[in-house]
Design a protein around this ligand. Structure first.
Ligand code: PRP
Length: 186
């Protein structure tokens, strides 16, 4: 893996600009504010990729809300693809029983992580649980799960930025872009 000092140089195409993302996050926040008015909203963000999205989305929602953070990792790349097993590295810090939970994800790819998380969180007896994903990559889906709020559907390309990484790098780009093959093939 060869990373340029100027991360932008490793991107072949900007898929979503900072402005496009910003406008969409505001739109999602307004819709969520309308839909959850008068309810006990808890946003649950799945680290690390959803960190920028969560930070922007929560400030686009005008309602009183709580946030909580989880971190999960797959049991090794190929194992997850076949079994959907996910390891919880950081669990919720407060009960969600009786609360309206909105799971905030940066990207839904195979859907295996989301499938696991929804089953896990439903076991904690929330009043409701829905999903808000910034990016949806339907071409790679292995488990069909209805997504309640989606920012953008994207093609099956290797995307980085706005939280998304390759080898833990590129999360701090302000836009979502396609990584040059040279950056991950070497
Ligand atoms: C990403 C993303 C989702 C998951 C989606 O996380 O944030 O949690 O992959 O993939 P799936 O639909 O195929 O399960 P990742 O494991 O890359 O960790 P990160 O958020 O720390 O980058």
């Amino acid at each position: 893996m060869k990373v340029s000092q100027d991360l932008v140089l490793d991107v072949s195409e900007v898929l979503l600009t900072e402005e496009q993302i910003g406008a969409k996050v505001v739109e999602l926040g307004q819709q969520i504010s309308t839909d959850y008015a008068g309810r006990q909203l808890t946003l649950v963000s799945v680290l690390k990729g959803s960190l920028p999205f969560m930070a922007d989305l929560m400030r686009s929602i005008s309602l009183p809300l709580r946030i909580d953070l989880m971190e999960v990792s797959s049991y090794g790349g190929t194992t997850t693809e076949s079994s959907g097993l996910v390891r919880i590295l950081k669990d919720l810090s407060a009960p969600i029983e009786g609360r309206d939970v909105l799971l905030v994800e940066d990207i839904i790819d195979t859907g295996l992580t989301l499938n696991y998380l929804l089953r896990y969180l439903k076991g904690k007896n929330p009043r409701s649980i829905k999903v808000c994903a910034l990016l949806d990559k339907p071409a790679r889906r292995l488990v069909e799960i209805p997504l309640d709020y989606v920012g953008f559907q994207i093609p099956d390309a290797f995307v980085v930025g706005y939280g998304l990484d390759f080898g833990e790098v590129y999360r701090n780009l302000r836009f979502v872009g396609v990584l040059r093959p040279e950056a991950y093939e070497s």
